[in-house]
Every structure is written in structure tokens, then in C-alpha cells.
Design a protein around this ligand. Structure first.
Ligand SMILES: NC(=O)c1ccc[n+]([C@@H]2O[C@H](COP(=O)([O-])OP(=O)(O)OC[C@H]3O[C@@H](n4cnc5c(N)ncnc54)[C@H](OP(=O)(O)O)[C@@H]3O)[C@@H](O)[C@H]2O)c1
Length: 321
């Protein structure tokens, strides 16, 4: 019985009803991996894409998630947990270390998961496992967009579209580490949250269309994706050299090769980015906004809530039931 663990598995693509709580074999780490006891994980767009089997990025997501059947039976890309054992080549971590990580192959909706060392970092000391589990994918994606895709200077005006969501709440705070001129766009019920994240101004998109108010920005960061906005809609809101950068890589895949004012990107979160985020978190420049916490057994409800499209920050999953 020792090598058995509880996991939420799915064997067919579909809605959140596909999930089943089962006992499966506990994984064994490879030489360059850690075996981590999962304390918490969180819900991300990639979980939805893998669960539904949606084909995006010209089939790339099918290649990763599987064509006819799920390639990985356990979802979950974010991990906060404790190292249980390490592979033969691991030098940086040892049993008992508290880490957080962003997986490229999912598996964190389970009691234990294999984590490649290159995607893991020491967890922020001032966060709980639940808070830390909401950082890797969303925080890392916001960081890649704002630190690596564009170079923001103090005094530049940055607008975050989707400021109250998972990526958006981190983007607000990361943008604030570069400039004090950060505007957040969200719906009415999220205005006070976005103000609390250091916004210089907040635009309620149900009352005002930022693309038509005459204001211009050096960076418009689209943290909503799914084609809700676009470079074409936002171009009059950009300064002469202003940049539209979007989490929706597919929507600008060809445009961005031809136009230096348009950027799309993949999060590609790794240990370096998690180390960078930990420093910001421990310096109290970035915090996590946790909207709801579900036990692992209620993962279907967590997916349903996330899919409604209006979380205030992140949806976390706790394994400390
Ligand atoms: N490129 C990458 O590597 C990468 C990685 C991670 C995520 N993503 C993408 O990033 C996007 C955000 O992910 P997330 O997990 O942060 O999602 P999320 O938590 O659901 O946040 C999305 C936000 O969008 C806002 N929103 C919804 N409908 C809107 C509308 N019509 N107009 C304006 N705002 C609207 C919502 O704010 P209100 O409640 O205020 O409406 C919500 O807070 C997704 O498209 C995801 O696929 C990309």
C-alpha cells in the first residue's frame, strides 16, 4: 500500500465532470527530478485546455495534451509542497525543503508529483502553501510579459487589461515595481481590489471603454486573452512607440513578426523566474490574491468557478484536508 496515492484523474476529454478521485501508483523521480508531497496547487487556463482537449496554437496543445485520449491522466501545473525524495543528480534540494514549481507536464492534482529541478525554486518564506501555489503559472506569465517582452522604465504609462484575474493581479504588482503610472481595467466588483494592488488609476470596463477615452499608454498588457481585445482595438491607446503585449500568443503569432509594437509570448516559467518572484514577494512588493480555496475532492467545482471567467485573483486547491 506504501506506493499508492490519491489523485484526481481524467481518462476522456470533456467538461469538469470527467474527473474521478482514484488511488494510483505513487511516482518515482528521475535523476533530475524531485518527488514532492503536494500541499496545494491552483487552477490555470492550461488545465482547462488539457481537460477539454481544445486544439490551440495550430495543434500544439493537442500534441501536449493528447489527440484522442489524455496523454497525462493527472492535471495540475502549479505546485507548492515539501520535497519527499530527490533523484540521483539533484544538488540544490533535499528531503524536507519547501518548494514551489511550475510544471510543463501536469500532475499536481495528486498527493505526490515528480518535479524537474529546473522548474522548482525555494518557496517564499512569508507565504502559506496555498498562497505560494497560486504564484508559479500566473505570476510567472505576468513576469515574462512585463520583464522580458517589454522593458518598462519609471514614468512610463502601463495599462493592465484584466487587472483582477490570476495573471492580472500579479501583472498589476509587477508593473508597479517598474513605474508608478499603472492603470488597471476590470469590472465594477473588482475596482477596490485593483486599487489595493497599487493602481494609479482604475477603469471599470462596464462604464468606460479605455480605447475611446483619449488616454495613451507606453504599454498595454492584455491579461484577458481569448480575443476579448486586440492590437487593432488598442492601437489608438498606444503612444508612438507604445507596445501591445498579450498573453494570447496565438492571436498575434504572425502580426508580431511584422509589427514591433505587437508582442505575444508564452509564459515559459522556470526556476530563475520563480527565484525572481520569491525576492519580490519576500520584499513585500508582490502578494497573492486568493479568491477561493477548494479541497482536491472538489476540483470539478474549482474548474467550473474558474471557467465562469471572473475570479478575483486565483482559485487554489488544498491537499491539506
Ligand atoms: N501565454 C501564456 O503562457 C499564458 C499563461 C497563462 C495564462 N494565459 C492566458 O491568460 C489569460 C488570463 O488567464 P487567468 O488565469 O488570469 O484568467 P482569469 O483568472 O480568469 O482572469 C481573466 C480576467 O479577465 C477579465 N475579463 C473577463 N471577461 C472580460 C471582458 N469581457 N472584458 C474585460 N475583462 C474581462 C476578468 O475580470 P472581471 O471579472 O473584472 O471581468 C478576469 O479577472 C487567459 O486567456 C489564459 O489563457 C496565457
Amino acid at each position: 500500500m506504501k506506493n499508492i496515492m490519491k489523485a484526481i484523474i481524467y481518462e476522456e476529454f470533456g467538461s469538469s465532470d470527467v474527473f474521478e478521485l482514484k488511488e494510483v501508483e505513487k511516482p518515482t523521480p528521475k535523476d533530475d527530478e524531485l518527488l514532492v508531497k503536494v500541499h496545494a496547487t491552483s487552477v490555470n487556463a492550461l488545465d482547462m485546455i488539457f481537460r477539454s482537449g481544445e486544439s490551440l496554437l495550430f495543434g500544439m496543445t493537442k500534441l501536449m495534451a493528447g489527440f484522442k485520449k489524455p496523454k497525462h491522466k493527472i492535471l495540475g501545473f502549479d505546485v507548492s509542497g515539501e520535497v519527499e525524495s530527490v533523484g540521483g543528480k539533484i544538488k540544490k534540494f533535499k528531503k524536507g525543503d519547501l518548494i514551489y514549481a511550475c510544471l510543463r507536464s501536469p500532475g499536481a492534482n495528486a498527493e505526490y508529483v515528480r518535479v524537474p529541478e529546473k522548474f522548482a525554486a525555494t518557496r517564499p518564506a512569508n507565504m502559506s502553501h496555498i498562497e505560494a501555489a497560486t504564484v508559479p503559472d500566473a505570476g510567472g506569465t505576468a513576469l515574462t510579459g512585463l520583464r522580458d517582452s517589454v522593458v518598462i522604465k519609471e514614468g512610463q504609462r502601463v495599462l493592465i487589461f484584466g487587472a483582477s484575474g490570476g495573471v492580472g493581479t500579479y501583472a498589476m504588482q509587477i508593473a508597479n515595481t517598474y513605474t508608478t503610472e499603472v492603470t488597471g481595467v476590470c469590472s465594477t466588483s473588482a475596482v477596490s481590489l485593483v486599487e489595493s494592488l497599487g493602481a494609479n488609476a482604475v477603469i471599470d470596463y462596464t462604464k468606460e471603454d479605455f480605447t475611446k477615452n483619449g488616454q495613451t499608454y507606453d504599454v498595454v498588457f492584455d491579461a484577458v486573452g481569448r480575443g476579448v481585445t486586440s492590437y487593432s482595438k488598442c492601437k489608438n491607446s498606444l503612444t508612438k512607440n507604445g507596445i501591445f503585449v498579450t498573453v494570447d500568443f496565438q492571436s498575434v503569432m504572425f502580426k508580431y513578426m511584422l509589427n514591433k509594437n505587437v508582442k505575444g509570448y508564452m509564459g515559459n516559467v522556470n526556476a530563475e523566474k520563480l527565484d525572481y518572484l520569491r525576492d519580490l514577494i519576500e520584499a513585500e512588493k508582490v502578494k497573492s490574491v486568493v479568491d477561493k480555496v477548494y479541497p482536491l475532492s472538489q476540483i470539478a467545482e474549482a474548474h467550473k468557478y474558474y471557467e465562469e471567467g471572473h475570479p478575483k485573483g486565483k482559485v487554489a486547491i488544498s491537499l491539506q484536508e
